[in-house]
Design a protein around this ligand. Structure first.
Ligand SMILES: [Zn+2]
Length: 280
């Protein structure tokens, strides 16, 4: 089994890169990728721990486009400089949006130090997960069981700290794919079942080379075979992963039946061949 879609504390995961590598070892993964939202900040650290543990590591990233699709990028080595502008831009509007959330929370009586929240993301992407982690540590949020309820009350669309809509700040999908290619990445459409597939021809034209066939929702809705056919029809490589965000998410997922979900080792070689062919 491989897991080519995982998030760390550098975006909205709750695991450190070292913990993700530990998980890879405990699951005997053939290969793992780190694909944090909007940032490559955790890649060197993760590569180091993976090398020490003898785990095959593929550096990656994930960006959401303004039209909705999430695009994964996989690198053969270190990302090229072309990605820096996108990383800076996404970090800027995510930070602005988070500061608005913190102001709203203050009005509700939750005093949080913005620097302390932003520090949690280090050089990565500050997201609401970092606010939640800070609130948990300060005792503002209760047990894991009640967390979802409290999260929805505060941050849901009707909540007092509703997350600002940043859709318009996100890049058009074609620009994201071109930027990823320029930075040496192979672009893959993440969890395609949640995207408008009418955009697929345009994305392929821009340089999209793969599609995440083995993803949880496709598995749960019985759509893996449909996605395989879609990949074959468009000559796209297939990838797969858990879209893992840490133990809290894993505990939630344990409630849905993911029996048999295991992105197979065979996904690896075709992806690595493509990755090796991208000019660095
Ligand atoms: Zn993801």
């Amino acid at each position: 089994m491989v897991d080519l879609h995982q998030h760390s504390i550098y975006s909205d995961g709750t695991s450190t890169p070292a913990e993700l590598v530990e998980r890879a070892v405990s699951l005997s993964l053939t290969a793992m990728a780190l694909t944090d939202h909007d940032t490559t900040a955790g890649l060197d650290e993760c590569a180091r721990f993976a090398a020490e543990a003898g785990v095959r590591f593929i550096p990656g990233v994930e960006f959401e486009a303004c039209e909705g699709p999430h695009v994964l990028g996989y690198f053969g080595g270190r990302p090229g400089p072309a990605i820096a502008t996108a990383e800076r831009d996404y970090r800027r509007f995510r930070t602005e949006s988070l500061l608005i959330v913190l102001e709203c929370l203050a009005k509700e009586g939750f005093e949080l130090d913005p620097d302390s929240v932003l520090d949690r993301a280090a050089s990565g992407t500050p997201l609401v997960s970092h606010v939640v982690a800070e609130m948990k540590d300060l005792g503002y949020l209760s047990s894991l069981d009640r967390l979802i309820e409290e999260f929805t009350r505060l941050f849901g669309p009707e909540g007092p700290a509703a997350l600002p809509d940043v859709t318009e700040n996100q890049w058009p999908v074609v620009e994201l794919i071109q930027m990823l290619r320029d930075s040496g990445a192979v672009s893959v459409l993440a969890h395609p079942w949640e995207s408008d597939l009418a955009l697929l021809p345009e994305m392929i034209e821009a340089g999209l080379q793969g599609i995440e066939v083995y993803n949880r929702n496709a598995h749960l809705t019985g759509n893996v075979e449909n996605l395989k056919r879609l990949a074959e029809r468009h000559g796209l490589v297939m990838t797969g992963g858990w879209d893992y965000h840490g133990e809290a998410q894993a505990a939630r997922l344990a409630k849905s039946d993911l029996t048999g979900f295991a992105p197979p080792d065979e996904l690896l070689e075709p992806l690595l061949d493509l990755v090796a062919a991208v000019p660095a």
